[in-house]
Design a protein around this ligand. Structure first.
Ligand SMILES: Nc1ncnc2c1ncn2[C@@H]1O[C@H](COP(=O)(O)OP(=O)(O)OP(=O)(O)O)[C@@H](O)[C@H]1O
Ligand SMILES: [Mg+2]
Length: 449
């Protein structure tokens, strides 16, 4: 049984939803908002799985309800029922919503949305949480649209006005009205929250580690803005700042200093923010400075960052030097990158074997075949046979990669439809099923004019 709560000032909508959902629905008239948000929330008898807000609630009322609901029920899915208007973008940006449903959307569309949201929440929060006791979902969903992707996406729902990027981190970590600094820099992860350190490694240089690291950061930040940090741990020749056209005031050396790793606030001031919603620890300004950074210092930095961010993505130096080993040692996931050259494929096999032998192969590994092309004379099978492992993601050679890098923009945001971009997005989806492309927002000024 799915528990729905509706807070609305429309008697008609309430009646319509009641006939659609029957006893699964608790409706609280919006008139109770006169007495405050708590007065309304206390009228919801049991933890709801999905809360619908509207129609006919104003911005402030909705914002306070969203804050109150997420504080009480961090795993609740929240849908705002509202027409598509020019100011909808502000609502979506300003609140932790999962979807916006047009009030006149058909019953089938509404049910499809509920079903998908339910599936998504179960996937994100697991089956033994509140979201997991939904048991058999009784409502038949008519004419399900064919899935474009294997993971939940709301993008293709007719009648659905807007879908927000969905925060995967428990929303309680984000206060309803955060002061600016806290908004930009997420508070420390709540106890027990899972964070991931992803090492992007390759035995040989030039295989695409930096390209992959940058695009992973961009894709994961699409799903969880401000929850991703990208660390340039290619300690001598790191080039992430250049590839992202950043001009950082601080680098890896500052961030890895004892003053920073021992104090979250200091560490935050050493990060550089990228406009696409993630943070960067840029590489050292010169190779000599990189030499001064010790492997234990690097490990300590990664652990400190994992206290703050949901995802710590680490670009590394080719091979298995002490710094890269320190990264792998701390990593929950490793992305192994190789091209289609036989020497690179053989080196990859040796690297995997060695890591297995010394007990450092991270639990989650993703093998990426980059620069894939027909003319290489090798098939995918041949490449897999040489490496001795399945290629999880195949990224084609594409001129768009260099073009994006020269423009200082992540490929995923420069040219989302390019074949390499699609493959890189697939890699991100292996790590976070919510890492779908951000839907382009309508240009508000264009709408108004
Ligand atoms: N799939 C691809 N198609 C075309 N060019 C690519 C592709 N992947 C990466 N490149 C280009 O190849 C070059 C090397 O890529 P990148 O810098 O990401 O590799 P790297 O493994 O980080 O290298 P290094 O070991 O020097 O740090 C860059 O110019 C990049 O733009
Ligand atoms: Mg590199």
């Amino acid at each position: 049984m799915t528990r729905y709560a509706l807070i609305s000032r429309s008697v008609e909508y309430e009646a319509r939803l009641a006939s659609l959902l029957g006893p699964e629905l608790t409706a609280v008239p919006g008139q109770y908002l006169t007495f405050g948000t708590d007065e309304v929330l206390e009228r919801i008898p049991e933890t709801p799985h999905i809360a619908l807000l509207g129609p006919v609630l104003n911005y402030e009322e909705t914002r306070q309800l969203v804050g109150g609901l997420t504080e009480r029920y961090p795993e609740v899915g929240i849908i705002v029922v509202r027409e598509q208007r020019a100011d909808l973008e502000d609502w979506v940006d300003g609140m932790r919503l999962h979807a916006v449903l047009a009030p006149d959307a058909s019953d089938a569309t509404a049910l499809r949305l509920f079903d998908r949201l339910k599936g998504w929440l179960t996937q994100v929060y697991g089956t033994d949480t509140a979201a997991g006791d939904w048991g058999g979902f009784a409502v038949e969903v008519p004419e399900p649209e064919p899935e474009r992707e294997s993971t939940p996406s709301f993008d293709d729902l007719a009648g659905l006005a807007v879908v927000t990027p969905i925060a995967v981190r428990p929303p309680s970590a984000e206060p309803a009205e955060p002061p600016e600094l806290e908004w930009l820099f997420p508070a420390a992860l709540p106890q027990g929250a899972r964070s991931e350190i992803l090492a992007v490694v390759a035995p040989k240089g030039g295989q695409g580690k930096t390209t992959i690291s940058i695009n992973l950061a961009a894709a994961l930040a699409d799903a969880a803005p401000n929850s991703v940090v990208l660390v340039d741990a290619d300690v001598q020749f790191g080039d992430i700042a250049a590839a992202l056209d950043l001009h950082p005031a601080h680098t890896l050396v500052d961030a890895a200093s004892a003053a920073a790793t021992g104090d979250e606030l200091v560490l935050k001031t050493y990060l550089t923010r990228h406009a696409d919603g993630f943070y960067v620890v840029p590489g050292t300004a010169s190779p000599e400075l990189g030499d001064d950074l010790t492997a234990p210092q690097l490990g300590a930095l990664l652990r400190s960052l994992a206290q703050i961010f949901r995802y710590v993505i680490v670009d590394t130096t080719p091979g298995l030097g002490e710094h890269t080993l320190a990264v792998i040692e701390n990593a929950t996931d490793a992305v192994f990158v190789t091209n289609m050259g036989v020497p690179s494929l053989r080196a990859m096999r040796k690297e995997l074997e060695l890591l297995l032998q010394i007990g450092l192969l991270p639990n989650n590994k993703h093998v990426v075949l980059n620069f894939s092309e027909k003319q290489s004379g090798l098939s995918l099978r041949d490449a897999e046979r040489i490496v001795g492992a399945k290629m999880n993601v195949v990224v084609p050679r594409s001129s768009a990669v260099l073009l994006a890098s020269n423009r200082g923009v992540p490929l995923l945001h420069a040219d989302a439809r390019d074949g390499a971009a699609v493959a890189l997005r697939d890699l991100a989806l292996r790590i976070d099923p919510a890492a779908h492309a951000r839907r382009k927002r309508p240009n508000r000024r264009a709408v108004a004019e």
